[in-house]
Design a protein around this ligand. Structure first.
Ligand SMILES: [Zn+2]
Length: 304
């Protein structure tokens, strides 16, 4: 796991800096499903990481500064770190913003517009809730999954996750309702509680430390879509945000972001649309070589 880079470690990897990828900034709950908890970083941990890089003498860069550096072709004099947060969760606004403000550190939020429109199904939260409140879960095909112990709950989550990932995402709600017909689940409950509002996005967009980037409309695995659909997801997401925040949107992060979900076709679309920097979830630091591939910049998953 590439969480913390010393100057020497960065140099050994040929790196000039790194871009962190985060999702939730809030307290972790060790009783809940680890797969979901891994997406959380506590505000105290974020603070610790910022202080560590300050001590190490790294520069904190905004995406505009990173873009300028890449355009110039010259690596920053000092090693740098940039923070990016994916999806558009409310905790970014409540807990992450005050930490970044406290240390005057720039950050970016990559927004999937369906999250803000409260149209996204955070099925991983719904399934966690189901598992945590039942002794066992029985799917419509009669299969029963036990939920007594912590290990059973985690195993059940992983089995169900595997099955849900096989549902055609275009018919996700219908597929979920069919799979869990014996339960009354509000699939849109979690996003209503956990998503940011457009007014909060606007506030962040006008904040000097924050850059808003795009993360598609519905957060799909782009590779399984047709080319027209994939381009629409990317273009429409950017355009919608641009209209609302009344600022250019230059930066993008691929949903899921590994080579399972994206490939050459997606890189081509991003270049065609003139997106200036596009980030993957592919692990790695920014090097003077890979920074030339602006449609496929690596990031480092911050786990704490
Ligand atoms: Zn995402």
């Amino acid at each position: 796991m590439l969480t913390s880079f010393s100057r020497r470690r960065l140099k050994n990897d040929g790196g000039v800096g790194l871009v962190y990828m985060l999702h939730h900034i809030c307290e972790k709950n060790e009783k809940l499903i680890p797969t979901n908890e891994d997406l959380k970083v506590s505000p105290a941990f974020l603070e610790k990481i910022i202080l560590r890089y300050k001590r190490l003498g790294f520069d904190f860069m905004s995406l505009d500064q990173l873009n300028e550096m890449i355009q110039s072709g010259l690596p920053n004099k000092r090693p740098f770190v940039a923070f990016t947060i994916d999806d558009g969760y409310l905790d970014n606004y409540i807990y992450a913003l005050p930490v970044f403000e406290k240390y005057d550190v720039p950050f970016a939020v990559f927004v999937a517009t369906d999250f803000i429109d409260k149209k996204a199904i955070l099925w991983w939260d719904c399934i966690e809730e189901l598992i945590m409140t039942h002794e066992s879960v029985t799917t419509s095909d009669g299969k029963t999954y036990p939920c007594h112990t912590f290990q059973q709950r985690w195993n059940t989550f992983r089995y169900l996750r595997e099955r849900i990932l096989n549902i055609d995402q275009k018919y996700l709600e219908q597929g979920l309702n069919e799979m869990f017909a014996g339960y009354c689940i509000d699939w849109f409950g979690p996003i209503k509680q956990k998503g940011m509002s457009w007014s909060q996005i606007k506030t962040l967009a006008s904040h000097p430390l924050c850059t808003i980037g795009s993360h598609t409309v519905s957060h799909p695995a782009l590779k399984i879509l047709s080319e027209v659909e994939a381009e629409h997801e990317i273009k429409e997401g950017m355009e919608r945000i641009r209209q609302i925040i009344q600022q250019p949107v230059r930066y993008f992060a691929y949903p899921y972001g590994t080579f399972h979900e994206i490939g050459e076709r997606e890189f081509r679309i991003v270049e065609k649309l003139g997106i200036q920097l596009a980030f993957m979830a592919h692990q790695g630091c920014i090097t003077s070589v890979n920074m030339k591939n602006v449609a496929r910049l690596p990031r480092v998953y911050l786990k704490g």
